[in-house]
Design a protein around this ligand. Structure first.
Ligand code: SAM
Length: 248
């Protein structure tokens, strides 16, 4: 992860609530990891509708929710494991009815009903868990919970520094969705440069990986995985569908 990354000690700490509580106590200004709403909005326009019920996981003190509500989104629930940041955000946005802030661990969202969100947006939160201890186990719990709270055909939009060799296997393990991959320039690495069109997904092989050579070596990009939940892919669902077909 870029801002403040590097040593093993800090890397492990990204997975801990205490690290984030301390960080948010010391640093109260708004901060957006990786990308801001302005650069993401064309992609959101492709997959989201203004009336959708949205869940922002690991919202931190990002301005993303505020910017989205200002741009017409009507119903955004934000969660974070840090009580410090959630209390601050509840105070800051008490006048914005479209924005709710709830302290919650993304690995255990039992107070949300299954199939209750049209989309889940994650900017940097799976990355945090992947930097902590028991990374794969925690990431799997998180992805299963996200899959559970999404409606059928709902989308999980994951904005990450993790390239497909580090993220696709995790996403595929959950087997709930079809995955498209978009890329966007890292603002800090290539200011003003535009090689990639965020609204055009990368061409993928049959195995779901980007066609080789598309990205080149060490591309200065963030990856955006758009995972569309597809209940018809579930084995039990497929069995019902096959049975129904056989009965016809
Ligand atoms: C890298 S920051 C990203 C913040 C924000 N999404 C952004 O884009 O600026 C990761 C956030 O995930 C939160 N987080 C870490 N583990 C979490 C968990 N298990 N459940 C919910 N939030 C978590 C942290 O408190 C932190 O706010």
């Amino acid at each position: 992860m870029t801002p403040g990354a590097a040593t093993t000690a800090t890397t492990h700490a990204y997975g801990e609530a205490s690290y984030w509580d301390q960080r948010y106590s010391n640093d109260q200004g708004a901060f957006d990891w990786y990308q801001k709403y302005q650069s993401l909005s064309p992609l959101f326009d492709l997959y989201l509708r203004r009336h959708h019920r949205l869940l922002l996981v690991g919202c931190g003190n990002s301005a993303l929710g505020e910017n989205m509500v200002d741009d017409g989104y009507q119903d955004i629930v934000n969660i974070d494991i840090s009580s410090v940041v959630i209390e601050a955000m509840q105070k800051k946005y008490s006048d914005k009815p479209g924005l709710k802030y709830v302290k919650m661990d993304v690995r255990d969202m039992r107070s949300f009903e299954s199939r209750s969100f049209d989309a889940v947006i994650d900017k940097g939160t799976l990355d945090s868990l992947m930097c902590g201890q028991n990374a794969t186990e925690n990431a799997t719990m998180m992805l299963q919970e996200i899959g559970r709270v999404l409606k059928d055909k709902g989308v999980y939009i994951l904005i990450t520094y993790g390239d497909p060799s580090y993220r696709l296997y995790l996403l595929k393990d959950v087997e709930l969705w079809t995955v498209k991959i978009h890329v966007i320039e890292r603002v800090e690495k290539s200011p003003g440069q535009k090689t990639w069109e965020v609204t055009s997904p990368l061409p993928l092989n049959e195995d779901g990986n980007p066609v080789s050579g598309t990205l080149g070596a060490n591309p200065e990009v963030h990856y955006i995985y758009v995972c569309t939940k597809d209940d018809s892919q579930r084995p039990s669902q497929r069995m019902h569908t096959d049975e129904a077909r056989n009965e016809q």
